[in-house]
Design a protein around this ligand. Structure first.
Ligand SMILES: [Zn+2]
Length: 427
């Protein structure tokens, strides 16, 4: 008999998202094989998964002092949110209400709303206030089953406040069960004070901000918003190449409103992931496939802003791409931390199957943030980050639109959510 600290037994399903070739799951065949074990069990030892199998197999092989019985419940890998903007001082509920009453975006900007409002408030905020906000948001992610989050700066847009945002992100995540991968997004938009001299802001990013971010180890990725009204392809390329010279891997917000060559840029600089790709045409899709870039689709942002633009998940998967889904959590266009809801939208709006959306919020999302070795599947030797859903099969996750089905969350084998509640306020 082998020893385990904890045994999860009798789950109506354990979904491993394991198997197949190394790396993320690409294309419809692989993305529909998710490794379902009926009457499943997981053995956990020293914070890692010791074995996964049927309840009979695991109880025959393991002695375990603690047991969790999962009857009628489904065990999944901890969810991975591959794209969020969690560092900001204020929600933008007033702007949302204005929009619902008919104001257009120009009017909202004129009234001091939009991203520039977030920038103004973030610049004012003390770093500890920002860190507290991050921490509260991580608690909310955790209650929804997310145990790994990518978080971006990008509401500071000055040297001091971009650095402050990344420090707040690091501080807010310190000793929190949710692991955070930090991304520098100083190239979110050109700040208002540089409108007349955008080249000077690009130079500030390249000459001062990126070297400082890298020197202090504040981020692992560098991201650029390539879009009309944000950054051009040549500006984006210069910024991403500067990031690479300083050891920052690349991500690109691309083709959200029109195909402006952002996906081609992501392929050219061998970005780890490309975000949105709502409007990317065939050439861009083929380039992403060849360069092995993970597309991160953000349907809750499309929904929240009225479905004017939407990624074609079906087409991207059929082209052989390893599609991931994320919340795009941010105060302007996607104020939700609920990946279960995003899974619903993947099925209802993007033409994806229930199996594909499960892969897209676990294994493929982990690949989009460079964490596939530890996160995103249930397999021997991997970190024991697990979600237990209060539902008899994984198909309930996309089906129960907007309802949080998360019953228990384990991080390194320790229960951090029980009965849908945080086990304790984290220090
Ligand atoms: Zn974003």
């Amino acid at each position: 008999m082998r020893t385990a600290d904890l045994l999860l037994l009798g789950a109506s399903q354990v979904v491993t998202v394991d198997g197949g070739r190394a790396g993320p799951k690409r294309g419809p065949r692989a993305m529909n094989q998710i490794g379902v074990i009926e009457d499943g069990a997981v053995a956990i030892h020293h914070g890692k998964i010791a074995a996964v199998g049927t309840t009979n197999e695991i109880t025959a092989a393991f002695r375990g002092s603690r047991r969790i019985y999962c009857r009628g419940r489904t065990v999944l890998p901890g969810f991975v949110d591959a794209h969020t903007h969690p560092v900001f001082a204020k929600m933008r509920v007033d702007e949302f209400a204005m929009r619902c009453r008919g104001a257009d975006y120009e009017a909202i900007l004129a009234a001091g709303g939009g991203i520039h409002a977030s920038a103004a408030a973030t610049r004012e905020a003390p770093v500890d206030d920002l860190a507290r906000g991050v921490r509260a948001r991580l608690d909310a992610f955790l209650r929804h089953g997310t145990t790994l989050v990518e978080g971006k700066s990008g509401y500071g847009l000055t040297f001091e406040s971009e650095i402050k945002s990344l420090v707040a992100l690091r501080r807010g995540a310190a000793r929190h069960p949710v692991e955070v991968v930090r991304t520098f997004l100083g190239a979110h938009v050109v700040p208002a004070e540089f409108k007349a001299d955008r080249a000077a802001y690009v130079q500030l990013l390249i000459d001062e901000m990126i070297p400082e971010v890298a020197r202090r180890g504040l981020a692992e990725f560098c991201d650029v918003f390539v879009e009309r009204g944000a950054f051009t392809v040549p500006e984006g390329e210069a910024i991403l190449r500067a990031g690479k010279r300083h050891g920052l891997k690349a991500k690109v917000h691309a083709d959200q409103f029109r195909d402006g060559g952002g996906a081609l840029l992501a392929a050219r600089v061998h970005a780890t992931s490309v975000e949105h790709v709502d409007a990317t045409r065939r050439k861009g899709i083929q380039a992403l496939e060849r360069a092995r870039v993970v597309p991160v689709l953000l349907p809750s942002a499309s929904l929240f802003t009225g479905l004017k633009h939407m990624p074609n998940g079906r087409r991207l998967i059929d082209a052989g791409l390893p599609v991931a889904l994320a919340t795009d959590y941010n105060p302007g266009t996607s104020p939700t931390e609920n990946l279960g809801l995003v899974a619903t939208l993947g099925c209802s709006l993007l033409g994806m199957t229930p199996e594909e959306v499960i892969v897209a919020i676990t294994r493929n999302a982990a690949a989009a943030v460079g964490r596939e070795a530890e996160h995103g599947r249930i397999a021997e030797g991997r970190r024991a980050n697990l979600v237990i859903l209060d539902a008899p099969s994984y198909t309930w996750l996309p089906y129960r639109m907007g309802t949080n089905l998360v019953h228990t969350v384990l991080v390194r084998g320790r229960a951090v959510v029980k009965n849908g509640r945080l086990v304790k306020a984290h220090p």
